[in-house]
Design a protein around this ligand. Structure first.
Ligand code: AMP
Length: 279
């Protein structure tokens, strides 16, 4: 497995693979890998003959009061997991390789980034779309896989790829959960044992919503109120619980089109997100 530090070497490597007739698949990550990330690698390996995992804690998608400096990192372990999963190259540039001191060009999606995390984390999605455009220009993937865990991010990036004509097939992969239901996340390591237990109220709320939806419940306000109440009863601070159209992320009063029930909540200082596709 190659470890690549520069954009130029990444481009040369990917171009060489393509000359050999290999399709290139990519999984962009911020590292501190878990089974959710590795599930994306498995999907890439079904779709492409060469697999790149990028590991880059992207400074431009963190707000000034967010956790950039303490974001968990373990590059050796990440490389071992990638090697075991059959990854061909880890692309791990330093921030200075990605951002010149006078960097000044941004990719901005202007519709789907309005609500949810877009509203609560100003500038976050500008950082995400810009860095993914740059990672695509480095690794030149034919296929890229993103997790439904970050549902708004996946929808925004699909829109970017369509709008800017990136020749990349975009795949959204299911959420991988711990045995007790908590959605896997690099940020789960911040949780104390007590917070970790209380955070289960998120996935438990989503399970109740899934069951209610299967039983015919369609009223958005009632579905969201139940999820919110469960999180608050467990001592979480809800950032949002909303049901929105999966096509437009517009608010819907009743779930009568493909929708997403999206949750963000704080347990202690840690902000967790999770979601459920409805319909
Ligand atoms: P991150 O390293 O958190 O930026 O995530 C990198 C990619 O892995 C993103 O496409 C995430 O949506 C995806 N991902 C993160 N957690 C999970 C999970 N529990 N299940 C599936 N995909 C995930």
């Amino acid at each position: 497995m190659k470890i690549i530090r520069t954009v130029e070497e990444m481009q040369r490597t990917s171009q060489a693979w393509k000359r050999e007739g290999r399709r290139v698949g990519m999984v962009p990550t911020m590292g501190y890998l878990h089974a959710g990330h590795i599930s994306l690698v498995r999907i890439v390996k079904r779709e492409a003959e060469a697999c790149v995992v990028s590991i880059f804690v992207n400074p431009t998608q963190f707000g000034p009061a967010e956790d950039l400096a303490r974001y968990p990192r373990d590059f050796e372990r990440d490389c071992r997991l990638c090697r075991e999963a059959g990854v061909d190259a880890v692309f791990a540039p330093e921030p200075a390789e990605m951002y010149a001191p006078d960097y000044s060009t941004w990719v901005v999606e202007e519709a789907l980034t309005g609500p949810l995390c877009g509203e609560r984390r100003p500038g976050h999605f500008r950082g995400v779309t810009s860095v993914v455009a740059k990672l695509f220009n480095a690794a030149l993937p034919d296929v890229a896989v993103f997790g439904q865990k970050d549902a708004q991010q996946a929808l925004v990036l699909q829109r970017m790829v369509r709008d800017l004509n990136f020749p990349v097939k975009m795949i959204i992969a299911p959420i991988v959960r711990e045995a007790d239901g908590l959605a896997m996340s690099s940020r789960n390591v911040y949780l104390s044992p007590d917070e970790r237990l209380r955070a289960l109220s998120i996935s438990q709320g989503l399970d109740r919503a899934a069951a209610a939806f299967a039983g015919g419940a369609r009223d958005t306000a009632a579905l969201c109120a139940d999820v919110r109440a469960g999180i608050e009863a467990a001592g979480g601070r809800v950032d949002y619980v909303e049901i929105r159209s999966r096509g437009t992320l517009a608010a819907v009063a009743a779930v009568d089109e493909p929708s997403v029930l999206a949750v963000a909540a704080f347990f202690g200082k840690t902000r967790l997100i999770d979601n459920l596709f409805l319909g």
